[in-house]
Every structure is written in C-alpha cells, then in structure tokens.
Write a protein that binds this ligand. Structure first.
Ligand code: MG
Length: 195
C-alpha cells in the first residue's frame, strides 16, 4: 500500500461520544426540583422544552452542571463510540477530539481534567485533543458533529461533516448517522479517503 497522510476525523464530544442530553436531564431535574420524567426527552438546542427561555438561564444551568455535578465526567458514553473509534483508529485514521468546553472563565483546569478523565475511563482512542470553538480551524478531513449551527458552518466551508442524529438536528440534511455503526459505514464508504 502506498504511504499516505492519515485521514483526520474530527470528533465532537457532547452529543456525539457523550450522552449530553441524558445526563443534563437528570441534572436539570435537580435544578428545577422535579422528576426527570417531567422533562421531555425530545429537546431542541437551547432546551426550551424544559422551560429554559433565554441564554442566561441556559448558562446558569450549564454552569451548575459542570461545576457542581461534574457534567463532563459523569455523562454516559453513547454506545458504539469506543468500539467504532477504536476500529477506525486501528484502520489508520487519526482521531482528533474537538470540543468547545472552555466557556466558563477560571474553571479550565477542572473542565480539562473532567474531560481527560472521561476519555481515559471510557477507553476512547485519540491522538489530539482540541478545546476550540472554531472547529473548522483544527483542520480535520471528516467531522462528526451534532450541533446544527456547527454542521451548517462546517459544510458551508466545504468540509465533509456527518450529522450525528438527535432531536436537536432533525432538520439537518444527510449525511446523517443515527448510530456509531452508521458513522463507521459512512466513513468507510463515502467520506474523504474511502476506497
Ligand atoms: Mg456536540
């Protein structure tokens, strides 16, 4: 086989590897002092279904979740993330984790620590870990992302972006993956670098 540069897969964490909305629902139930069953599982970006009406409220809940409930360390893994990322890594792709988690001032040490603890304890393989808001600047060849605005922005720059499906991104066009198995199949069959 000809020696070639590795294809870089830029992988988002929240909503792609880590089940952000499931853990946030538990924490939001504490925040609102209600039962998790009272909060819809069918949420849109910004969580208006849970009664969050503006950015300040969202940021308060998020700050509580990260600083008081170790959100970044306690989210369950989305099934398949470990298995399929390991397969892709073994097949020669370079896994680059990209996350916009440093949005709380003076809390960076804990945010980074929670993140690396989570990645190690869940056995997620990766070579690079980028804490970046502007995801297109990390130079991946393929992106896996769930936030609608990020997907639109990446695709707008001509970057191959797989939408990891959840209730916040139903309006986003294909390529879409409903599971990690589908992410794997899209990457092997139709993404840049596919044979
Ligand atoms: Mg995300």
């Amino acid at each position: 086989m000809k020696e070639r540069r590795k294809i870089v897969i830029g992988v988002d964490l929240d909503g792609v590897c880590a089940d952000f909305y499931r853990r946030m629902r538990e924490i939001a139930a504490e925040w609102f002092e209600c039962s998790p069953g009272d909060l819809s599982e069918d949420v849109s970006y910004g969580l208006s279904e849970w009664g969050i009406t503006d950015r300040n409220q969202y940021e308060s809940l998020h700050r509580f979740a990260v600083t008081q409930r170790e959100l970044f360390k306690t989210m369950p893994m989305i099934p398949g993330a470990r298995k399929y990322l390991r397969m892709l890594s073994d097949e020669g792709y370079r896994i680059r984790i990209i996350t916009h988690r440093l949005f709380i001032h003076y809390f960076h040490a804990s945010a980074v620590q929670q993140t690396v603890d989570w990645l190690d304890s869940h056995g997620i393989p990766y070579w690079d870990l980028c804490f970046m808001k502007e995801k297109e600047q990390v130079g991946a060849d393929i992106y896996v992302e769930d936030t609608p605005d990020n997907i639109v922005q990446l695709r707008g720059r001509g970057l191959f972006t797989i939408c990891f499906a959840n209730s916040t991104n139903r309006h986003i066009a294909s390529p879409r993956a409903a599971s990690w198995r589908e992410v794997y199949e899209i990457i092997r069959e139709s993404a840049p670098g596919a044979e």
